[in-house]
Ligand binder design. Structure first.
Ligand code: M6R
Length: 580
């Protein structure tokens, strides 16, 4: 994880770096730092968030520099471990995103050769190795160090006395922005689009030497040319637009996101045909994207008769998977390390592969045979909301193609119920949840994944322990935890499993559990058993899923708000998880 940014050109570098790091904070935000200068290197770094203490870089001058916002992997989140890291002499400064797996061995060697370390990070070895390799040519020194590093990295480096910024990539994202007599190097294009839309996406093994007016890419010692892509990015969409938090703004964008993503997916008729004829489909994803993938399983198996397995991307490598399945990798960021490695495993097994992602040009789009973009627009809040809706819509669009059915009525009904669910009163549920230290989320069938997602949202932004369960499973252990102190959010919609669900609610009620029932407003049986009822607008199964999802997102949001939590940047998390 972590975000890195580099600049070389004609502007003062520090403000560019600070602006860039602020927009990369979603990748990690426990500490930050920048290094600038030409004749000598000035470093400023600190624990905490750059958005709250950007003035600490006021002593850093010059028209080139590098910066970093950290999500700690090695060493506490404190000033010492913040990047940039320097060598013993202070001549070289580096920032790094990724993990140097052999750092302990490298560090022992360096310490044995009298290098003094000032941090506990894996990254610092890079600066000392460059120091050792230095024979007067900065690029040559970095080039000599890269083969010594095992693991993943996106590295930016500067050297006192050199007019270059050097970038290198191996299994960590890094893009170069090509401006007018200026260059940017960043973990993703977000910080760059303000200056230029021309982006060069680097590949593993690339080393880039940037000078004022010239950029050169090499790989394995050979000069290479990387394609320049024009990035279509809505800067306005990445601002809060009057909402208190990005999360709330993004929740409110969901009617449009559903429609846009559904329509985009409907244009992929060829992929739908491929899926409908598949012997099996395997979907790999993490977190919220995994929960969206589970929804696809329920709908595709029931409505199209296509067997779908859904695996956590982080477990996929341990499984023996058939090589005649179509593999779909789902990832908002397109950079999640576990999803990317699972996808690469599928590619290596010669499975046809499809990426569903929200980020243009992201790593999974380059690894997969086909890409379907969700039309969610930039999602800034760490808690995924509209991207989940976009993924769900993409799956619905694919299902329409698989079934050869016109689902424009579904598109309209989903949009409408999302709009209505944005206004549903959830205050009583929030009051119950805000007092709890554990909350259960239960549902059956298509509402089981929705319950998982509701619980994930609640725990990540409110810090209340929340567990999603298939309602039928809760008797098999979790019942031991039920009491008046453990509310349950239960989805009880007419249709498959309705009576069983009501039975489950009664059993929970008998154990004292305060029940928040989510179902139809005219359901008197639900009203009988639930302490609080939240009405869901009526609609088809897709509309129900969308409506309940929005209601659960809002319960989580307002509970976190009531508890005064840092909603857009919850503790210990990062938006893009680029380490395994
Ligand atoms: O970018 P991805 O969709 O691959 O991210 C996967 C998870 O890290 C992500 O969905 C995470 O669970 C969300 N922050 C939860 O809100």
């Amino acid at each position: 994880m972590c975000g890195i940014v580099g600049y070389i050109g004609w502007r003062e570098a520090a403000p560019v770096l600070v602006g860039g790091l602020k927009s990369l904070e979603y990748r990690g935000y426990d500490s930050f730092g920048v290094a600038t200068g030409t004749d000598s290197i000035m470093v400023a770094k600190r624990k905490g968030r750059i958005s709250e203490q950007a003035d600490c870089v006021s002593g850093c001058h010059g028209t080139r520099g590098i910066g970093h916002t950290r999500w700690a992997t090695h060493g506490l989140p404190d000033d010492r471990n913040a990047h940039p890291h320097t060598d013993c002499t202070g001549q070289f400064a580096i920032v790094h995103n990724g993990i140097i797996e052999n750092y302990a061995e490298l560090r022992r060697g360096l310490e044995g050769r009298c290098h003094r370390f000032t941090s506990d990070t894996d990254s610092e070895v890079i600066a000392h190795l460059i120091e050792e390799a230095w024979e007067g040519d900065f690029a040559a020194a970095v080039r000599a160090v890269l083969p010594l590093l095992e693991g993943s990295y996106a590295i930016l480096a500067v050297c006192a006395g050199s007019d270059e910024v050097i970038a290198a990539r191996e299994r960590s994202p890094l893009v170069i922005g090509l401006g007018d007599d200026e260059f940017f190097a960043c973990s993703d294009s977000t910080p760059i689009v303000e200056y230029t839309r021309n982006i060069m996406v680097l590949e593993d093994g690339d080393l880039v030497v940037m000078r004022r007016g010239a950029v050169a890419v090499e790989n394995g010692g050979e000069t290479v040319v990387r394609e320049t892509t024009y990035i279509d990015y809505d800067i306005e969409a990445s601002r809060k637009g009057g909402f208190e938090h990005f999360m709330l703004k993004e929740i409110f964008e969901q009617p449009d996101v559903f429609q846009q993503s559904f329509r985009l997916a409907c244009t992929h008729q060829g992929i739908s045909m491929l899926l409908s004829r598949a012997r099996g489909v395997s979907v790999i994803a993490c977190g919220t994207s995994y929960n969206a993938a589970l929804l696809f399983r329920y709908f595709a198996e029931k409505e199209c008769g296509v067997p779908v397995r859904v695996d956590l991307a982080s477990e996929y490598r341990y499984l023996s998977t058939p090589d005649d399945e179509i593999v779909i990798a789902v990832s908002q960021s397109g950079e999640t390390a576990d999803t990317l490695s699972a996808l690469k495993k599928a590619v290596a097994s010669s499975c046809p592969t499809i990426a569903i992602t929200n980020v243009q040009g992201s790593s999974i789009t380059r690894a997969a045979d086909h890409t379907i973009y969700t039309g969610a627009g930039p999602e800034i809040s760490v808690a995924a909301t509209k991207s989940y809706m976009g993924q769900f819509a993409a799956f619905v669009g694919l299902l329409a193609g698989m079934n050869c059915s016109d689902m424009s009525a579904v598109e309209r009904s989903v949009r409408q119920v999302i709009e209505e669910s944005l206004l549903t009163d959830v205050s009583e549920a929030v009051s119950l949840c805000a007092k709890a230290s554990t909350i259960f989320y239960v549902g059956r069938g298509i509402f089981y994944p929705v319950a998982l997602e509701g619980a994930l949202k609640m725990k990540e932004i409110s810090y209340i322990h929340a567990e999603g369960y298939a309602a039928g499973e809760i008797k098999h252990g979790p019942f031991a935890l039920l009491s008046e102190e453990t509310p349950a959010v239960a989805v009880c919609m007419p249709g498959d499993g309705y009576q069983s669900m009501l039975g489950n609610l009664r059993e929970m009620k008998a154990r004292g559990t305060p029940l928040i029932g989510i179902g139809y407003g005219d359901d008197i049986d639900l009203q009988d058993v639930a302490d609080v009822c939240i009405p869901v607008p009526k609609g088809d199964a897709y509309a129900q899923v969308a409506a309940v999802t929005v209601i659960m997102q809002r319960i989580a949001y307002y509970t976190a708000l009531a508890l005064g939590q840092d909603i857009d940047k919850p503790r210990n998390l990062a938006k893009s998880v680029t380490v395994e």
